[in-house]
Write a new protein. Structure first.
Length: 232
């Protein structure tokens, strides 16, 4: 870690804390399932302790990963889409953007699905990652209105099946949503999607495009980088 030791006043080993946080954020597991997995390894912790750990250390780990991955995305084509999410029984919208390689660029939670919400998402996306050659969306009119205001309407694509990659990327979030029994507030949803996106990018490799030997090397390197980035 680039700051002072964040594990200084914790009795639990930093390796156990990092393992628990990685399990919870990377895989579609509930807190109690992570507790059972650790118990199987002889580590006795409560699921509420794991909740505290990921709330405390998750943002620190995600920040380190983001700093390492600055510029590790493509500006050739972006896919932007929104999904319906129930938050405390009320319908909200999670806007997500990925590049053509599947790297998660940004996630924004809003209460509405109008021009203002689309503009908020696109402005945040452009300010952090620059300007792409193409922006692919569905045919929701909010995107067209927002892109006209940003003067990017000539880069907008809405062709049939062109946004399938974005639709498929939502599957990872839906698995997480089921494991967590949905979310209680917009803040918790925004926080988790940001952390999940960073850690997903770190461990995500194009398995279907890589040979088995190369994939194993990339996977092993991701674990080595994770241990180094989260080192106390």
């Amino acid at each position: 870690m680039t700051q002072r030791n964040p594990f200084k006043y914790f009795k639990t080993s930093p390796e156990i804390i990092k393992l628990a946080v990685m399990y919870y954020v990377r895989f579609p597991l509930s807190l109690r399932q992570v507790e059972d997995i650790l118990h199987e390894r002889g580590i006795d912790v409560c699921h509420e302790t794991i909740r505290f750990w990921w709330n405390r250390f998750g943002p620190l780990f995600a920040k380190e990963i983001k700093q390492k991955r600055v510029g590790c995305h493509s500006n050739w084509r972006w896919h932007v889409d929104e999904v319906f999410v129930k938050v405390n029984g009320k319908q909200h919208y999670l806007w997500r953007a990925i590049d053509h390689e599947g790297t998660v660029l940004e996630s924004v939670v809003t209460k509405r699905r109008d021009r203002r919400a689309a503009l908020k998402m696109l402005r945040k996306l452009l300010s952090k990652h620059g300007s792409p050659h193409e922006i692919v969306t569905d045919k929701l009119r909010s995107y067209g209105a927002a892109l006209r205001e940003l003067k990017l309407q000539n880069r907008h694509e809405t062709g049939q099946y062109q946004n399938n990659q974005s639709e498929n990327s939502h599957l990872h979030f839906r698995r997480r949503e089921r494991a967590m029994c949905r979310f209680r507030s917009m803040g918790s949803l925004q926080k988790f999607t940001s952390l999940h996106g960073s850690i997903f990018n770190h461990f995500s490799h194009q398995r279907h495009l890589e040979k088995r030997k190369n994939f194993k090397q990339l996977r092993a390197q991701s674990l080595i980088d994770w241990r180094r980035l989260t080192m106390a």
